[in-house]
Design a protein around this ligand. Structure first.
Ligand code: ADP
Ligand code: MG
Length: 263
C-alpha cells in the first residue's frame, strides 16, 4: 500500500549554514523506477540535498518524505554512498568486511551475520567485479575499486532507494561504464537511484530524470523536459564557458532526439 506513495518527496526544503542558504526551497515528488541525475555547479547544494534526505543535516524549513513516511520509519530502505573523499580509507578493514557492513540492521548490533548475509555480501562483490579483491585491505585499492566497494556495500543492504554522491569522481572510463550499467539494471529492476553527477556530456545518456540546482531548485523532472537551454542557463548562468559548451550539447541532444523520432 505504502508503495503507491511517491518514493521521495521534498516539500519546500531549505538548508541554511551560518546565515547562508545552501539549498533553497527544493520541492519535488519522485515516483519509483527512475535513475535520477543531480546536477549543478560546485557549491550549488547537491551534497546538502542528499544529506538532508538522509537526516544528516537538519533543514531550516520544509520536510522530506520517503515512501510516504518520515525517514525513521523507512531508514533500512535507503542506501547512501557518500563522496569518496569524505571517507577514512586507512581504517584497517578488508573488502568483504566492508561490504558485509551493509547487512547490519538496527536489531543486529553485535554484528552476528548469518550465512545468508555473507552470501548476499559475496554476490554484491561479484556484481561490481571485485571477487578477486575480497580479502584486500580497502586502503590498498585504487580510487575506482574503493568506489565499487562502497556501491557493493549499498547493494548488500538491498535498499529500494539509493543516493550516490559523485560515484564517477576519480574513476576511469571502464569503471564508470561498469557502474552506470549496474545502476541502469538496478533501475530496470524497480529501484530508484539519485546520483550526483558532473559531466554534462553524459547527462542525457545516463539519466531519465534530473534535478537541477543552483542553491535554488531550478528544475526537477524528466530529462527530455528539463535538460533545455533555459533551465541550463539558470543552473549554470554566470559561468559562460560552461554555458556555451552546454548549449552546444543541448543542440546535439535535440538533434539526436529528432533523428530518433524520424527513424
Ligand atoms: P555541492 O555538493 O553542490 O558542491 P554542497 O551541498 O556541499 O555543494 O554545499 C552547498 C553550500 O553550502 C556551499 O556554499 C558550501 O560551502 C556550503 N556548506 C556545505 N557544508 C557546509 C558546512 N558544514 N558549514 C558551512 N557551510 C557549508
Ligand atoms: Mg558535493
Amino acid at each position: 500500500m505504502a508503495d503507491r506513495d511517491p518514493v521521495l518527496e521534498l516539500h519546500n526544503l531549505s538548508v541554511i549554514y551560518q546565515n547562508q542558504p545552501a539549498l533553497w526551497n527544493a520541492d519535488f515528488s519522485l515516483d519509483g523506477n527512475h535513475l535520477v541525475g543531480i546536477i549543478g555547479p560546485n557549491g550549488s547544494g547537491k551534497t546538502t540535498m542528499l544529506k538532508s534526505i538522509m537526516g544528516i543535516i537538519e533543514p531550516a524549513s520544509g520536510y522530506v518524505k520517503l515512501f510516504g513516511k518520515p525517514l525513521q520509519e523507512v531508514r533500512q530502505r535507503i542506501a547512501y554512498v557518500p563522496q569518496r573523499g569524505t571517507v577514512d580509507w586507512d581504517f584497517p578493514i578488508n573488502v568483504f568486511e566492508t561490504v558485509l557492513m551493509g547487512r547490519t540492521r538496527p536489531n543486529n548490533l553485535l554484528k552476528r551475520y548469518t550465512k545468508v548475509d555473507k552470501e548476499i555480501a559475496r554476490e554484491a562483490i561479484r556484481k561490481v567485479n571485485l571477487e578477486a579483491f575480497m580479502d584486500r585491505q580497502i586502503s590498498q585499492l585504487s580510487g575506482g575499486q574503493q568506489q565499487r566497494v562502497f556501491i557493493a556495500r549499498a547493494l548488500a543492504q538491498e535498499a529500494d532507494l539509493y543516493l550516490l554522491d559523485e560515484p564517477f569522481a576519480g574513476v576511469d572510463m571502464a569503471t564508470e561504464h561498469a557502474i552506470i550499467t549496474l545502476l541502469q539494471s538496478m533501475r530496470d529492476q524497480g529501484k530508484t537511484l539519485l546520483v550526483v553527477h558532473h559531466d554534462l556530456q553524459s547527462v542525457s545518456q545516463y539519466f531519465d530524470w534530473l534535478i537541477m540546482l543552483n542553491t535554488r531548485m531550478i528544475a526537477a523532472g524528466p530529462t527530455q523536459e528539463v535538460f533545455v537551454p533555459e533551465m541550463l542557463n539558470k543552473t549554470y548562468g554566470g559561468n559562460l564557458n560552461i554555458l556555451s559548451e552546454v548549449l552546444n550539447l543541448v543542440k546535439t541532444y535535440e538533434h539526436s532526439l529528432k533523428e530518433g523520432q524520424e527513424s
